[in-house]
Design a protein. Structure first.
Length: 295
C-alpha cells in the first residue's frame, strides 16, 4: 500500500472525534465505517491528502464529496462541494463546507471515510502515515550493531517454554500491559476496541512464533508499525492466524514456513506505539479473538 506523502485532518486544527471508527466484524453487518468529527455548519472542509475529485453530488438525499488518492479514496458528508469532479486538489485545500444534518442531538458533524476498493479503513491512518514518514530518529554510529549484539544475548536467555493447552507458546516472556477488549486509546484518546494483547518487554527482545505456520504478510503499517502475520492452518477444528505488531524488524520473509518457538523478529516501538512492547493479535475462523484464551 502506497500512502500519500502529505495528509492531515479534513477540518482546521485537531477536531474532536465524536464517534470513532468501529467497523463490523463482517462486511454486511452494522458498524461505523468512518469518523464523525465535531464541526460547525458552514465550516470549511479540507482535502485530507493530494488527489482528484471523483464525485460531488447527492447520495440518499445527502451531499457527498469523494476524493481519490491513488488506490485510496476519502469521503466527506454532508458537504456542499466547492470543487468540480476532475479537479486536482492538494492536502489542506478547501473542497467544500459542512452542512447540517449529521449527528442529530450531538450537534453538527462531518462524517469522514477512507476506503481501499470496497474495504473501509480507519481515516486516522492518513495523518498518522504522513507523520510517521516525517519522523526521523538519529542514533550514534554503531548503534545498530550494538542493538543486534544485545538482542542476541537476550535471545539466549528467553527460552520458548512449554506450549499451552492449545499448543500455542507465549511469543515473548513479559508482563501483560494491556488486555484484549475496550479501552481508552493511549494515542488517539478515544475509547475503542484493543484488538490484541500487549506484552511489555524491551526493544530488541526476540519474538517467537506462537505456533508453526506460514508467513502470509509482512508490512510496514501506519498504525501497527512493522507487522508480521502467520497462518497456522486448522487447529482443533478452527482456523488460526496470529499477527505480531510494532516490531523493530523481521528475520523471515513472506512464504517462509516457521516452527513453533522460532525467532521471527525483534520487539520495537513502531507505528502507533508509546513504548517498546509486542502487540499480539489472533484470528479464529476469520474473527478477532482474545489471544489469552488460547495461549
Amino acid at each position: 500500500m502506497v500512502w500519500p506523502e502529505r495528509a492531515g485532518w479534513p477540518l482546521a486544527g485537531a477536531p474532536r472525534v465524536v464517534r470513532p471508527f468501529d467497523p463490523p466484524a463482517r462486511r454486511w453487518e452494522a458498524g461505523h465505517r468512518g469518523l464523525d468529527l465535531a464541526a460547525a455548519a458552514g465550516e470549511a472542509v479540507l482535502a485530507a491528502a493530494d488527489g482528484v475529485v471523483a464525485f460531488a453530488g447527492t447520495v440518499a438525499g445527502r451531499p457527498v464529496l469523494t476524493v481519490r488518492h491513488g488506490a485510496l479514496r476519502t469521503t466527506y458528508e454532508p458537504v456542499r462541494a466547492a470543487v468540480a469532479v476532475g479537479t486536482r486538489v492538494r492536502a489542506g485545500q478547501r473542497v467544500g463546507w459542512v452542512q447540517p444534518g449529521h449527528c442529530g442531538r450531538r450537534g453538527t458533524c462531518l462524517h469522514w471515510g477512507l476506503l481501499r476498493g470496497e474495504e473501509y479503513l480507519d481515516p486516522l491512518l492518513l495523518p498518522t502515515a504522513a507523520t510517521n514518514r516525517a519522523e526521523l530518529r538519529l542514533l550514534p554510529p554503531g548503534s545498530a550493531a550494538l542493538a543486534q549484539r544485545r538482542a542476541a544475548g537476550r535471545a539466549a536467555t528467553a527460552p520458548a517454554g512449554a506450549p499451552g493447552r492449545h499448543g500455542f507458546l507465549l511469543p515473548v516472556r513479559g508482563p501483560v500491559t494491556s488486555r484484549f477488549g475496550p479501552r481508552l486509546h493511549p494515542v488517539l484518546g478515544v475509547r475503542r476496541l484493543h484488538d490484541g494483547t500487549d506484552f511489555g518487554v524491551p526493544c530488541g527482545t526476540p519474538i517467537r512464533a506462537a505456533r508453526g505456520g506460514t508467513v502470509v504478510e509482512r508490512v510496514l503499517h501506519p498504525a501497527y508499525g512493522h507487522r508480521l502475520v502467520l497462518d497456522h492452518g486448522e487447529v482443533a477444528g478452527h482456523r488460526f492466524r496470529t499477527s505480531y505488531n510494532h516490531a523493530l524488524g523481521w528475520t523471515v520473509p513472506v512464504g517462509a514456513r516457521v516452527h513453533r518457538g522460532q525467532v521471527v523478529g525483534r520487539v520495537g516501538s513502531t507505528g502507533w506505539s508509546t513504548g517498546c512492547h509486542l502487540h499480539l493479535m489472533m484470528e479464529v475462523d476469520g474473527a478477532l479473538a482474545d489471544p489469552e484464551q488460547w495461549l
